[in-house]
Design a protein around this ligand. Structure first.
Ligand SMILES: C[S@@+](CC[C@H](N)C(=O)[O-])C[C@H]1O[C@@H](n2cnc3c(N)ncnc32)[C@H](O)[C@@H]1O
Ligand code: SF4
Length: 387
C-alpha cells in the first residue's frame, strides 16, 4: 500500500536566516548579521542534506525551495554547492522545481544569472508594493524602479518568475489597491502571491499597534473589499486563486507549496525549518534549532540541527490535512481524511456549512467556497468540533 504522503510528493526546504535589514512587519525567523562565514554555512547545509538523505534516499525529489530570510544574499557558488549536494543525494523528478526567494535590489539581481547556472529555475521576488512611500513604510530597501528592473531581469533569466505583494497597508484605499493591482497584473507572468498585511506580535509594527501608534490601517470591511476585488481582477486575467493568497494560471502553481497544502512529505533544513516525514509507517513533525549560531554549532558538533521529532497521531494528521488542504481551491478528499484518521467528519456539520454557502461537497471532495474563504478558521473549527 502506498504511504499517504505519496499523494503529494516529496520536497526539500532550505532556510537561509539572514537579511540586510529587518522589515517592521516580519515575524519570519530572520536576522541581520555583521559577518557571515558562508563556507561554514554551506558545509553545515551539506551535512544536513546528507543526514536527511540517509533516511529518505529512496525518495524522488519534486521540489527544492530556498526560503528565508533572504536567500538572494547567498553567493551563486553557495547555492551551486548546496544544489550539487542535493543532486548527489536524491533523484529528481523530470520537472523538478527549484525556487529561490529573492529581494529585488540591484545587487541581488546581479546574481540571478549565476543562480540560473547553479540550477535554480524559479524565482519568487519580494516586490511588496508598487509605490515608493509605501515601500519605505514597509522598511524595504528597494525602490519601485529597482523592483521593476529586478523583475525584468528575473523574467529573462528564469523559466518561471513570481512576485509577492502586500496589501491592506496603512492609508491604502480600495481604489489605491485596485490601481496598483492592475499594474501588477500587467507585469505578472503566470504566478502572483498577494498577502493581506498581518500585524504580528513581537514585530516593530506589532509593538506600534499595541501602543496605538500604527495609524491608518484599513477597517475589516475595507480589507474584505480588497480581498474580494483581488479575487475578481485576478480571475478576469486568468489567474486562478488556487490558494487563499496565491494566484496562477493552470499548471503554473508553485509545486513546492502544493506539497505542503496537499499534505505531502518535506524535509526542512536550516535554522527554524520545519519538516514532515513519513518513516517506517509513521509520520513525524521535525523542528530544527531556531537561532542561526545555535543551529550552526549543533550541526558541527552533533552532526544534526534537529531539536525535535515527534510522531503525529492520526487525529493530528487529520487536523493538519484539513488545515492545509482547505486553503486550496481544489479542496480535500474526504476518503483520504477517513483513511488518515480512521473516522469521518460529521455529515450534518458539512450539510449545515453547505446550506450557509460556506463549503461545497461534490464526489467526495470538500471545498471551501469563495464566500467561506475569509472565514476558513471558523469553518475548520466546526468541521473538527466532534473529532
Ligand atoms: C519569507 S517572506 C520574505 C521573502 C523575502 N525576504 C522578501 O522579503 O521578499 C515571504 C513573503 O511573506 C510576506 N509577508 C511576510 N510578512 C508578512 C506580514 N506580516 N503580512 C503580510 N505578508 C507578509 C511577504 O510578501 C514576503 O514576501
Ligand atoms: S520580509 Fe523578507 S527581507 Fe524583510 S525581514 Fe522578513 S524575510 Fe527579511
Amino acid at each position: 500500500m502506498q504511504d499517504d504522503w505519496q499523494n503529494a510528493g516529496f520536497g526539500l526546504y532550505i532556510h537561509w536566516p539572514f537579511c540586510s535589514a529587518k522589515c517592521p512587519y516580519c515575524d519570519f525567523n530572520s536576522y541581520v548579521a555583521d559577518h557571515i562565514d558562508e563556507d561554514r554555512w554551506v558545509r553545515a547545509y551539506i551535512r544536513e542534506i546528507e543526514r536527511i538523505a540517509s533516511q529518505t534516499s529512496d525518495r524522488i525529489l519534486k521540489s527544492v525551495f530556498f526560503g528565508g530570510g533572504t536567500p538572494s544574499l547567498m553567493s551563486e557558488n553557495a547555492v551551486g554547492a548546496i544544489l550539487e549536494a542535493v543532486g548527489k543525494n536524491w533523484r529528481f523528478t523530470n520537472d523538478i522545481e527549484i525556487t529561490l526567494e529573492a529581494n529585488p535590489t540591484s545587487v541581488e539581481a546581479s546574481r540571478f544569472e549565476g543562480y540560473r547556472a547553479a540550477g535554480v529555475n524559479r524565482v519568487s521576488l519580494g516586490i511588496q508594493a508598487l509605490n515608493d512611500p509605501d515601500l519605505k513604510r514597509l522598511g524595504r530597501l528597494h525602490s519601485v524602479a529597482e523592483g521593476l528592473a529586478a523583475l525584468e531581469i528575473a523574467k529573462k533569466t528564469f523559466e518561471r518568475t513570481s512576485f509577492d505583494l502586500i496589501y491592506s497597508r496603512q492609508d491604502q484605499t480600495l481604489a489605491d489597491w485596485e490601481t496598483e493591482l492592475r499594474v501588477a497584473l500587467d507585469l505578472a507572468g503566470d504566478h502572483l502571491s498577494m498577502y493581506q498585511l498581518t500585524i504580528e506580535p513581537n514585530t516593530a509594527f506589532g509593538d506600534r499597534y499595541k501602543a496605538g501608534k500604527l495609524k491608518g490601517l484599513p477597517s475589516e470591511d475595507a480589507e474584505a473589499d480588497m480581498y474580494f476585488r483581488t479575487q475578481e481582477l485576478c480571475a478576469d486575467r486568468g489567474l486562478c486563486s488556487y490558494e487563499v493568497s496565491n494566484f496562477a494560471q493552470k499548471g503554473a502553481e508553485s509545486r513546492h507549496n502544493l506539497i505542503y497544502w496537499r499534505y505531502g512529505d518535506y524535509a526542512g533544513i536550516g535554522p527554524g525549518a520545519h519538516g514532515r516525514l513519513t518513516l517506517g509507517g509513521h509520520r513525524f513533525a521535525t523542528e530544527t534549532e531556531l537561532s542561526p549560531m545555535g543551529w550552526l554549532t549543533k550541526v558541527e558538533k552533533n552532526g544534526s540541527g534537529e531539536v525535535a521529532r515527534s510522531s503525529l497521531s492520526k487525529q493530528e494528521q487529520g487536523t493538519e490535512f484539513l488545515l492545509m488542504g482547505l486553503r486550496l481551491a481544489e479542496g480535500v478528499s474526504l476518503d483520504r481524511y477517513s483513511h488518515l484518521t480512521g473516522s469521518a467528519i460529521s455529515p450534518s456539520v458539512i450539510e449545515n456549512l453547505s446550506e450557509l454557502g460556506m463549503v461545497r461537497l461534490e464526489n467526495g471532495i470538500l471545498q471551501v467556497s469563495e464566500k467561506g474563504r475569509p472565514l476558513i478558521n471558523a469553518i475548520l473549527r466546526d468541521l473538527l468540533a466532534d473529532q
